[in-house]
Design a protein around this ligand. Structure first.
Ligand SMILES: Cc1cc2nc3c(=O)[nH]c(=O)nc-3n(C[C@H](O)[C@H](O)[C@H](O)COP(=O)(O)OP(=O)(O)OC[C@H]3O[C@@H](n4cnc5c(N)ncnc54)[C@H](O)[C@@H]3O)c2cc1C
Length: 382
C-alpha cells in the first residue's frame, strides 16, 4: 500500500520493528499453509511455536510477555490478521481472555502454574462466557457453580467458544451465590466435555466449540479469587476488543492489496480493469477507510495506553473498523470477479471471517448501543 499518509511517522522504531517481524512470519510461514487449513476446517497449530518465539502470547503482561504497549499489541494483531482472523484470534484469546484474567484475578500459584506455559505455547486456553441462551446479555447465564465443602460443583453449557476443542484448560464464568465468578476447568476432568460446532462457514481455521459441564468438581484453588462479577469478564473483553479493531484493518489491508494488484493485471475490454472509473472509485473508498480505521485504532490505543479516553472509544474503534473491513472485503471480492469466491485468492476467506468479528466480543449493535448510551446518557439496551 502506498503510504500516502506517512502513518509510519506516528510509530516508534521499536513498534515498526515488531510489526516487520510479525509481517515476515505471516508472509513467509503462515500464508503458504492457511488456505488448506481453512478448507480442512483445522487450526494450523504449527503457528503456535513461532507466536511464542516472537513473544506475542501475553505480550502486554510484565514478566511473561514482552511488556508491550497497546500499540505494539495492536500492530501484531493487524499483521496476524493479514494472515487470517483465526491466527489473530488465537493470540487475542490466549493473551487477553486467558492470560490477562489469570494475571489480574488469579492467585500467585495459579499464575505460576499457567502463565509461563501459556506464554510458551505449551498449553492452550479458552474463555467460556457465552451460552446457548445468553449471548449479548451474559448476565442471564445459567451455568452454576455451587459450593460443595472445599470444592465447587459446576453445571451448564457454554457455546461458541474459540479453541474450546483443543484447549488444555477453560476459564468458565458461572453464577454463584456470591455473584458471577470464574473457574479453571482442565481438559479430561470428569463431567467436562467439548463438542465442535458443525457447519462453520467463518473462522474455519479456528476451532469453535460447545463446552458441556455435568457436575464437574473443582477445588477452591481453581477459582480465580479476584474475579468478581460480570465486570471482571467484561474487563477481559475490553482488553481484546482494541486488538480486533486493529486486526480488522489487517484483514482489510490483505483484501485491498489483493484487489489493487488484481485490478492492475486483469484485462477486460482491452484495458486493465484498474483503468475503469468504477473500479478506481472502489479502490479509493477502500484505501480511505483503511487510513481512517488505522488512525482511529492508533489514537484510541495511545489514549488508553496513557490511561486516558473514555472506555466507549474502544466500542467505537471495534464497531467502525470491523464494519468497514467487512465492506472492504466485499468490495475486493467484487473486483476479483469469479476469482473472488475462490479460496485461492484469500479475499472470500477474509470476508467470511469478518462476519464473525461483526458478532463476537460484543455485536456491532451492542457497541452502537454502548456509544449511544455514552452520548445521550440514556440506555437503550432493554
Ligand atoms: C466464531 C465465534 C467465536 C466466538 N468465541 C467466543 C469465545 O471464545 N468465548 C465466548 O464466551 N464467546 C464467544 N463467541 C460468542 C459471541 O461473543 C456471541 O456470539 C455474541 O456475544 C452474540 O451473542 P449471540 O450469538 O447469542 O447473539 P444474540 O445476543 O442472540 O444477538 C442476535 C442479534 O440480536 C441483536 N441484539 C441483541 N440484543 C440487542 C439489543 N438490546 N438491542 C439491539 N439488538 C440486540 C444482536 O446485536 C444480534 O444482531 C464467539 C462467537 C463466534 C461467532
Amino acid at each position: 500500500m502506498k503510504e500516502l499518509l506517512e502513518l509510519d511517522e506516528l510509530l516508534s522504531d521499536e513498534e515498526k520493528k515488531l510489526r516487520g517481524r510479525v509481517r515476515e512470519f505471516v508472509r513467509g510461514e503462515f500464508l503458504p499453509l492457511i488456505s488448506r487449513a481453512y478448507e480442512q476446517g483445522r487450526f494450523p497449530a504449527e503457528a503456535i511455536a513461532p507466536l511464542a518465539r516472537m513473544g506475542l502470547l501475553g505480550m502486554k503482561l510484565p514478566g511473561y510477555g514482552r511488556g508491550a504497549s497497546g500499540v505494539e499489541y495492536g500492530l501484531a494483531c493487524q499483521e496476524l490478521e493479514r494472515g487470517d482472523s483465526g491466527l489473530r484470534s488465537f493470540m487475542s484469546v490466549t493473551s487477553s481472555l486467558v492470560m490477562y484474567p489469570i494475571y489480574s484475578f488469579g492467585t500467585p500459584e495459579q499464575q505460576q502454574r499457567w502463565l509461563p506455559r501459556l506464554a510458551r505455547g505449551e498449553k492452550i486456553g479458552c474463555f467460556g462466557l457465552t451460552e446457548p441462551e445468553a449471548g449479548s446479555d451474559p448476565s442471564s447465564m445459567k451455568t452454576r457453580a455451587t459450593r460443595d465443602g472445599k470444592h465447587w460443583r459446576l453445571s451448564g453449557t457454554k457455546r461458541w467458544i474459540s479453541f474450546g476443542g483443543i484447549a488444555d484448560m477453560a476459564l468458565i464464568w458461572a453464577r454463584t451465590d456470591e455473584g458471577i465468578g470464574c473457574f479453571v476447568v482442565e481438559k479430561g476432568q470428569p463431567g467436562f466435555s467439548t463438542r465442535a460446532i458443525p457447519g462453520m462457514m467463518s473462522l474455519r481455521a479456528s476451532v469453535t466449540s460447545s463446552l458441556i459441564l455435568e457436575d464437574v468438581i473443582v477445588p477452591e484453588s481453581h477459582r480465580l479469587a479476584g474475579a468478581r462479577g460480570l465486570k471482571s469478564a467484561l474487563a477481559c473483553l475490553n482488553e481484546a476488543r482494541l486488538g480486533i479493531a486493529w486486526g480488522a484493518m489487517g484483514a482489510a489491508l490483505a483484501c485491498y492489496e489483493r484487489a489493487l494488484d488484481y485490478a492492475g493485471r486483469r484485462v477486460q475490454f482491452g484495458r486493465p480493469i484498474a483503468s475503469f472509473q468504477l473500479t478506481q472509485r472502489k479502490l479509493v473508498k477502500m484505501f480511505t477507510e483503511i487510513c481512517k480505521g488505522q488512525l482511529l485504532a492508533l489514537q484510541v490505543t495511545r489514549l488508553r495506553d496513557r490511561g486516558q479516553g473514555a472506555a466507549e472509544l474502544v466500542n467505537l474503534a471495534k464497531m467502525n473498523n470491523v464494519a468497514e473491513a467487512l465492506k472492504i472485503a466485499r468490495c475486493a471480492r467484487s473486483i476479483l470477479g469469479g476469482n473472488g469466491v475462490s479460496l485461492e485468492f484469500d479475499v472470500i476467506r477474509h470476508m467470511c471471517n469478518l462476519e464473525s468479528l461483526y458478532t463476537y466480543e460484543g455485536t456491532h449493535e451492542v457497541h452502537c448501543l454502548a456509544l449511544g448510551r455514552a452520548l445521550t446518557g440514556i440506555s437503550a439496551f432493554s
